[in-house]
Design a binder for this molecule. Structure first.
Ligand code: AMP
Length: 395
């Protein structure tokens, strides 16, 4: 696997695919700069080698060139974080971009306008990718968040750099972390899958059953399993058409020697609301008119024991409706357990969708081993898929 350290960038121009798809407020100010901060080590390494950087990214989902999606809004933030002046090309391909890239001196940074102002980007257009390829000597992919897309800048462009392409530090770290869990994980390996629905996680569950010793199932998914096993789930979220699938998963897990832990009790509410009345009840005996919205105290104790006995932990999906304070306790308690296990030497990876939001919201970011920067890309990796953006560098 070629990484940045295999190259010396002295007098070279790196064409870097970064993920600067950051949230902006109504004044076009960056409200969460995590993605820019994450790309910094790669950019700094290249500049310190004596090279220059041409940065390309998308921002949002523009229809054509729309001012509000211009990457020029984030220039001050990038300059703040890198401590370097950032030049700008108002189109990511064409004469202006080529002239500005050609004039770039060692130590300088050029940001290209939003790639998705051209529909050729998401279409993976080869001519467009070739135009991009003229802007650098070495192609670096450091955008895990889009590595599952075969877009021009994430995948197709790599073919124009047969011997001069590599992963940036961030993407390399993502790949290593997933490998550390799914391939080289120290046993016992635990996966915790929460979130809303079985249907959105089914391929993940099937893929990881071969790799884990323990599986905790939580969140809204719980109730499809509980009902399939004969429990009463009241008004809880439940996919009746996935009950047979749930039973198949439990059977597969048993055959493979994977221990499955479902919640035994829940915080049930009489409405999907933070102000609802609540009661703790047995997960198999939720009264009609009530719905399970968080894991109960006994479940949390069981989960705590499993988490603390595990040496490798993967966490995807919250244990309850953590967006409402009344139902966030389970997710917070699980975060605490994982933080504690990590402190005692376990490797913990959090990734894919809402668990990342939960980890950030409750301040666990620095207490777990790694928080993935890619939602969809992480889920597809956990499903066992080879991501096109990663394959394109390895080819
Ligand atoms: P996912 O994107 O599949 O990880 O699902 C995350 C969502 O699942 C969050 O928005 C949670 O509010 C929701 N969720 C977790 N537990 C429950 C539950 N018991 N009932 C309904 N929704 C839930």
């Amino acid at each position: 696997m070629k990484t940045l350290n295999d190259f010396n960038f002295k007098n070279k121009k790196a064409l870097i695919r970064v993920d600067f798809n950051v949230p902006l407020n109504e004044n076009f100010e960056v409200t969460d700069a995590t993605r820019i901060v994450s790309a910094k080590p790669t950019i700094i390494k290249i500049l310190e080698d004596g090279g220059s950087c041409v940065l390309m990214s998308h921002l949002g989902r523009p229809k054509g060139a729309q001012e509000k999606f211009s990457l020029k809004h984030i220039i001050p933030k990038i300059e703040d974080i890198l401590g370097v002046e950032v030049k700008f090309a108002s189109n990511c391909v064409g004469e202006e971009a080529e002239t500005k890239a050609a004039a770039l001196q060692p130590g300088e940074v050029l940001l290209l306008e939003n790639l998705r102002f051209h529909e050729e980007e998401t279409k993976g257009d080869k001519t467009f990718a070739q135009q991009l390829s003229r802007l650098g000597d070495i192609y670096v992919n450091d955008a895990f968040g889009t590595a599952h897309r075969a877009h021009a800048s994430t995948t197709i462009v790599a073919q124009f750099f047969p011997n001069s392409k590599c992963f940036g530090y961030l993407l390399a770290k993502e790949i290593e972390s997933i490998k550390k869990v799914l391939e080289d994980g120290e046993k016992p390996v635990l996966a915790i899958l929460g979130g809303a629905k079985v249907s959105s996680k089914i391929t993940v569950i099937e893929n990881i059953l071969d790799k884990v010793d323990h599986l905790i199932i939580g969140g809204g998914m719980t109730f499809t399993f509980v009902k399939a096993l004969g429990g009463k789930v009241g008004d809880s979220i439940c996919e009746d058409d996935k009950m047979q699938l749930a039973l198949d998963i439990l059977k597969q897990a048993e055959d493979k020697g994977v221990k499955v832990h479902l919640p035994v009790d829940v915080v049930a509410a009489d409405a999907f609301s933070n102000e609802a009345h609540t009661q703790i009840c047995d997960v198999r005996q939720i009264p009609d008119g009530w719905q399970g919205l968080d894991a109960g105290p006994e479940s949390l104790q069981i989960f705590d024991t499993v988490v603390n006995e595990s040496k490798t932990i993967l966490w995807n999906g919250p244990l309850g409706v953590f967006e409402m304070e009344a139902f966030a306790k389970g997710t917070i308690a699980l975060g605490d357990s994982i933080a504690n296990s990590t402190k005692n030497g376990a490797f913990s990876l959090v990734g894919g969708g809402d668990s990342v939001a939960a980890v950030k919201q409750f301040g666990f970011e620095d207490k777990v081993s790694y928080v993935s920067t890619g939602g969809g890309a992480m889920l597809e990796s956990l499903e066992g898929k080879t991501l096109p953006g990663i394959a394109a560098i390895l080819e």
